[in-house]
Design a protein around this ligand. Structure first.
Ligand code: FES
Length: 505
């Protein structure tokens, strides 16, 4: 199974691409769902089960984006703490968000049971631990707010990882699973009910008219009455691109010499925080450790981040083999809560984004909320997650500014190979942004020594991309658009790849 980067995630082990069985027709569908990750597939299944006729379009293969690179924790304790949610949305808001997260977990467990999906779903206790005075105080606030919101949580005397701590809180009824086995199971259940899946079907635009929507795709037009963007961040340029900041997170799956594997989920309170869990694949137990998150396109040596991550893990664990290392992307919303509902300015196109590091939980919740909205069922979550909500929060101005570091760069579409060679010396597999007479060019030398030259200006909104040497991709620092080494669109809000520049002899 392919993913949006060079590194293999643990979830790709032994998994082949999903092969749909149902064939698409040129009928007008009830709902077009764009995106084949957990949000899109769950939404499609729920709507199809409600009697809607659905088609799901995925630009690559199911799980290609963040669902293939998540560490697949399913939590009611969220990255945005209940203390923060209470501060921004009140006590009732915090209770409502907890209820939503709980319902999302029940939904995952329920679908897993109903469709007998073999995805290793299991409940675990999660531990949040502090190791400084300031973190102790913060932890106390988090515990109080979590209990008020509804979480079953209490002080803990120990944690499941061999890392020093001063105080810890345990959260009961958290969970974990294998995300790709899960979404493949959902996809089968969806198809069994007549749902259509089209892979390698990139949606390049959706237009609304009086009757519904028409999507232009790489495989021809798709017509539907309504549409859902479940693409992590929607395409086009709208307010959501200024309310969500893209981040990369790093993970490794490793085996231990002593065979003593942690029993539970664990998170520290650093910024960015480290997180741990275990998983058994083909009889082999692994610890999954992650962290070292940074804004997308804001770290010049992402390969070195893996070195740091491994050094950090080796400090505490008696590691035998580091079997997998991978990174993936998520979006942090400005006020801490996801945006789920009608796209701003649209009346037939829906969206779900801004899940932070809780994509499995909040993506599932989004599916439930979207399904309710599309079948006109009352949902208590419509307002709190509304994409058009305006929540003045401290730091929002900075957040937007930080997210809008647009630079303009222009470059001719032809370049002489000689000039390129004079610009930089690149080792095979390496890349850089070079300058030529005040203009920028993105250069990548492949393993055969061939140089690929690209216009580094992101076609989404004009920021200059940065090289991600670990995943061998060009990443945009503004809204997280990502492109392969030769410029093809991988993920993000752009509708096309980076412009290729012809290198003349
Ligand atoms: Fe928006 Fe690049 S400018 S993703």
């Amino acid at each position: 199974m392919k993913r949006d980067g060079e590194k293999q995630s643990l979830w790709q082990h032994g998994i082949v691409d999903y092969t749909p069985v149902n064939k698409a027709t040129d009928e007008v569908y009830d709902v077009l769902i764009v995106g084949g990750g957990i949000t899109g597939i769950t939404t499609a299944l729920l709507l199809q089960s409600e009697g809607k006729r659905c088609i799901l379009a995925e630009a690559q293969n199911l799980g290609f984006g963040t669902t293939g690179g998540t560490t697949a924790h399913i939590n009611t304790m969220l990255d945005t703490t209940y203390a923060e949610i209470e501060k921004n949305f009140g006590e009732d808001g915090a209770k409502l968000v907890y209820r939503g997260a709980r319902e999302a977990m029940d939904l995952i467990e329920g679908l897993n049971d109903r469709y007998r999906i073999d995805c290793d779903f299991v409940y675990r206790t999660a531990y949040l631990y502090a190791d400084t005075h300031k973190e102790n105080e913060e932890l106390e606030k988090i515990l109080n707010a979590s209990e008020k919101a509804g979480c079953v949580s209490s002080w803990a005397s120990g944690i499941p990882v061999p890392i020093p701590f001063t105080k810890a809180v345990r959260f009961e009824f958290q969970a974990q699973f294998h995300p790709i086995k899960y979404i493949h199971g959902l996809a089968k259940a969806y198809e069994a009910q007549g749902g259509i899946i089209r892979q390698q079907c990139a949606v390049t635009g959706i237009k609304s008219n009086d009757d519904g929507v028409v999507a232009d795709t790489s495989a021809g037009a798709i017509r539907a009455k309504q549409a859902v963007y479940a693409t992590h961040i929607p395409p086009g340029i709208n307010i959501l691109h200024f309310r969500n900041a893209p981040y990369r997170s790093y993970a490794a799956a490793f085996t231990l010499k002593n065979g003593v594997y942690p029993d539970g989920l664990a998170y520290d309170m650093k910024d960015p925080y480290h997180y741990f869990r275990t998983h058994v694949i083909d009889g082999q137990q692994y610890v999954i450790g992650g962290g070292f998150d940074h804004k997308t396109g804001h770290n010049e040596n992402t390969e070195y981040v893996f070195t740091e991550l491994e050094a950090y893990l080796r400090k505490y664990f008696d590691i035998d083999t580091v079997a997998y290392k991978w990174s993936s992307q998520y979006y942090i919303p400005a006020d801490g809560l996801p945006y789920i509902g009608l796209m701003p300015g649209e009346d037939k196109i829906y969206v779900a984004t801004g899940f932070g590091g809780n994509g499995m939980t909040l993506g599932s919740l989004a599916a439930k909320v979207l399904c309710g909205l599309l079948v006109n069922r009352e949902t208590p979550y419509a307002d709190i997650f509304s994409p058009t909500r305006i929540k003045p929060v401290a730091g929002f101005a900075n957040f937007v500014k930080e997210n809008a570091d647009v630079v303009s760069a222009f470059i001719s579409r032809r370049f002489s190979y000689e000039k390129i060679a004079a610009l930089v010396e690149l080792a095979p597999g390496d890349a850089t942004i070079a300058e030529w007479e005040g203009k920028k060019v993105a250069l990548y030398k492949d393993d055969n020594g061939r140089v690929h030259a690209l216009d580094p200006v992101c076609p989404h909104a004009g920021c200059v991309v940065a090289w991600n040497n670990a995943e061998k991709s060009w990443d945009c620092p503004c809204h997280g658009g990502r492109y392969s080494a030769d410029g093809a669109l991988l993920t993000g809000p752009a509708r096309k790849g980076l412009e290729r520049i012809v290198l003349e002899d």
